[in-house]
Design a protein around this ligand. Structure first.
Ligand code: ATP
Ligand code: MG
Ligand code: MG
Ligand code: MG
Length: 467
């Protein structure tokens, strides 16, 4: 049986043998890309090459890329296949090879290297992409195993490079499905597992929506490491692979519960394990918890981990010990988990301590509010109350929302936004007043006359962020 680490290496070596350069994962913080908070796919670091803003220094690359997808956050643990943080394996062509090579390589990789049984595999294509269909058939896929899906069209935005894509699915068997009569490829249940997406960047779309073939066509593929590990290890979910079990078992032991005995505990164990892994990697790339942008995403995931751990009965700080398991299992592939240990631990411990201190009080207050609502026969918490929970107890509003949804209630987001905006304006006013006071003092006049002092902190405590 192949371990997750072996599967990562096998993929990279296979494509290296096909002329690709193995590059290390880029940081979770996208470089020079104001459009993205976090790296969400293997292609993100290569966007300038695909868009020819930068001439690609190499024609082909292969990577295992660290990714975080916040939109999948609430799927974690509910489906067998979604994480917040995961690794995407990919092979890329920068205006070099195209479909004729990418398709047979993908097929060869899964059927002869990984030896997945052909009778379990399905392919989806963009319905109009006859070329892809023909190449799949030529590679050995039976025509009734290739189905059209109009959603299989990829674009970075309304204009720019775009093109059809093609996905590889594994049929995990009827027993894993939803059991509904129409359950077939395309059903969103756990029976058909999407393992690999091949994007054929073929066109440029102009302002008028007209597609013209790109002079240099690109390939971008992405296969989830945890998903392929679940298939290769013959386990039920990504969480049962060797990439996850040690951390699940650790959290279960801390909580004094057994994994796979009770569905509610299992969900919490999966959420906590997923989130601890995500925050460990986010911190290792130098993201700091705070109240906006990626720092807020980090904080939200971390606090969610603490809350779900509490549901399991873990009241004491546990993040550091859980991080140690992640570090032990992943640091050889991602040395930043070791190199940035001090930074990671200081933030992990401080955030956990701060949030644990208020979680209980905040939850109590929320429950009182809920009782009040129920008594009045209402089901929407006011945005002012939700903002108070955020301000005073550090409850991200999404967390409040989730806790309410569990009880069939919701938050009034419009009044929440108003309260947040008023707060921002008040804070701005106060800081302006403060500045007016401070700037008028003699000390500041003196400081100004001395000039600026150079800040050396960036070089002295540089974090490793590769690429
Ligand atoms: P799904 O439909 O299952 O949500 P997707 O179509 O959103 O997946 P892609 O954007 O095509 O996924 O990403 C390429 C590959 O990355 C997927 O085929 C899958 O193997 C993996 N992947 C995507 N999202 C996740 C996730 N949240 N957790 C783990 N692996 C993922
Ligand atoms: Mg998805
Ligand atoms: Mg999909
Ligand atoms: Mg996909």
């Amino acid at each position: 049986m192949y371990s997750g680490n072996e599967l990562r290496d096998m993929f990279l070596k296979y494509f290296e043998a096909k002329g690709h350069t193995i590059l290390p994962s880029a940081s979770l913080i996208p470089k020079d890309d104001p459009t993205l908070l976090l790296t969400v796919a293997g292609m993100v670091p290569f966007k300038p090459y695909f868009q020819r803003q930068v001439e690609p220094p190499i024609p082909r690359a292969t990577t295992a890329q660290k990714c975080v997808r916040t939109p999948d956050l609430e799927e974690v643990g509910k489906t067998a296949r979604h994480h917040t943080y995961f690794e995407m394996l990919g092979n890329f062509s920068f205006g070099d090879y195209f479909k004729k090579e990418a398709i047979p390589w993908a097929w060869e990789y899964i059927t002869t290297v990984l030896k997945l049984p052909v009778e379990k595999l399905w392919i989806t294509i963009y319905p109009e992409d006859i070329e892809a269909r023909e190449i799949w058939e030529k590679a050995g896929v039976k025509s009734d195993r290739i189905v059209g899906d109009p959603e299989n069209f990829w674009a970075a935005g309304p204009t720019g490079p775009c093109g059809p894509c093609s996905e590889i699915y594994v049929d995990l068997g009827v027993a894993r499905g939803c059991g509904k009569p129409g359950c077939a490829i395309g059903c969103d249940c756990d029976r058909f597992l999407e393992i690999w997406n091949l994007v054929f960047m073929q066109y440029n779309r102009d302002e008028a929506g007209v597609l013209t073939p790109l002079p240099k066509q690109n390939i971008d593929t992405g296969m989830g490491l945890e998903r392929i590990a679940s298939v290769m290890q013959g386990v039920e979910t990504n969480f049962d692979t060797d990439l996850f079990r040690p951390i699940i078992d650790h959290v279960a032991a801390l909580a004094g519960v057994k994994y796979k005995e009770n569905a509610k505990n299992d969900l919490a164990l999966k959420v906590v394990s997923d989130h601890v892994r995500a925050v460990s990697f986010m911190l290792s790339d130098g993201i700091r918890p705070n109240n906006e942008g990626r720092g807020y995403v980090l904080r939200r995931i971390l606090r969610r981990a603490v809350r779900f751990a509490k549901l399991l009965g873990i009241d004491k700080p546990f993040l550091e010990s859980a991080f140690r398991i992640i570090q032990r299992d992943y640091a050889h592939a991602y040395p930043e988990l070791k190199e940035n240990e001090n930074f990671i631990l200081s933030h992990l411990n401080l955030e956990e301590k701060n949030f644990q201190a208020t979680l209980e009080q905040g939850t109590q207050l929320l429950q009182e509010k809920v009782r009040g609502l129920v008594e009045k026969g209402e089901n929407v918490l006011s945005g002012t109350d939700a903002f108070y929970l955020y301000e005073t107890y550090g409850f991200p509003v999404e967390l409040t929302e989730e806790m309410l949804v569990e009880q069939g209630l919701s938050v009034d987001m419009v009044t929440f936004e108003t309260a947040a905006e008023e707060h921002r304006l008040r804070a701005k006013e106060q800081s302006q007043q403060m500045r007016a006071v401070v700037e008028s003092t003699e000390v500041v006049e003196k400081a100004k006359s001395l000039g600026a002092t150079p800040f050396v902190g960036y070089d002295k405590v540089a974090l490793s962020t590769r690429i």
